[in-house]
Design a protein around this ligand. Structure first.
Ligand code: PGA
Length: 239
């Protein structure tokens, strides 16, 4: 795993945005795998600024997001569709029809996961996948378990994740209990993976990932099996 250590959150965000922008310049019709959460917000702001300046264009870019709560409406301000529109898609020249987030309103969530898996396959995989890392080591909503699913699937959120994400909701009771998420195999279809981590709360998760072992109870450790992963983190994650 390549590691890039940054002095602060702003630098981490800029380094990640630069990596994405270089890919977009080299391959204007690239497929970007995107993530939600607090960590990539600065990167999205930086990409929006680059686009505003005319340095990059999203005109021919396709995006696929990792996951979505279930059930949730896209108009709910805690949905990941809403997050992506606000953080990036509404701020750049992307064709919204080319932005993909699992459908939190699907009547049949299993069929929706099948559709999504096929979509990623039909796109020929992902050129660059951005990942955050949960305090419990989850990637996407692949939560710690004795088995990990390879394909996009419906999953129950762990209490730890519900508690961590309750900061965005009125209370922990309002956090949806389920989600639709790419599986480990879907994520591994990405040619290149970039993991972002910032802040001391990610210390344990990152140090477990850097141990060079794999443990399904710590899904991020699976990334040690992928040939092209770069961790971009702030110094305090490694202290
Ligand atoms: P965060 O979430 O960026 O809000 O810390 C990361 C994650 O849970 O994957």
């Amino acid at each position: 795993m390549n590691i890039i250590v940054c002095k602060n959150y702003a630098e981490m965000s800029n380094v990640a945005a630069k990596m994405m922008s270089e890919l977009m310049q080299k391959k204007p019709n690239c497929v970007l795998g995107l993530a939600t959460g607090s960590t990539p917000e600065g990167m999205y702001a930086s990409l929006a600024e680059m686009c505003e300046r005319g340095d990059i264009s999203f005109e021919n870019v396709t995006t696929v997001n990792l996951d979505e709560y279930y059930p949730i409406a896209p108009t709910n301000d805690q949905s990941y569709r809403y997050f992506m529109n606000r953080q990036l898609f509404d701020r750049v020249n992307i064709n919204k029809a080319n932005t993909n987030v699992p459908d939190g309103t699907a009547k049949d969530p299993v069929a929706e996961c099948k559709r999504y898996e096929q979509l990623v396959s039909d796109l020929g995989g992902i050129d660059l996948q951005i990942l955050g890392i949960g305090r419990n080591g989850h990637i996407g909503f692949n939560e710690p378990d004795t088995k990990l699913m390879l394909d996009t699937h419906v999953t129950d959120l762990t209490e730890d994740t519900i508690e961590a994400n309750s900061r965005f909701f009125a209370s922990a009771n309002d956090v949806p209990r389920r989600a639709l998420t790419m599986g480990i195999g879907t994520i591994f279809k990405a040619k290149k993976i970039v993991v972002l981590a910032s802040g001391a709360s990610k210390k344990d998760a990152v140090s477990a990932m850097l141990e060079r072992t794999v443990d399904t109870n710590f899904p991020a450790t699976m990334l040690n099996l992928h040939p092209d992963v770069t961790l971009i983190c702030t110094q305090d994650v490694l202290d």
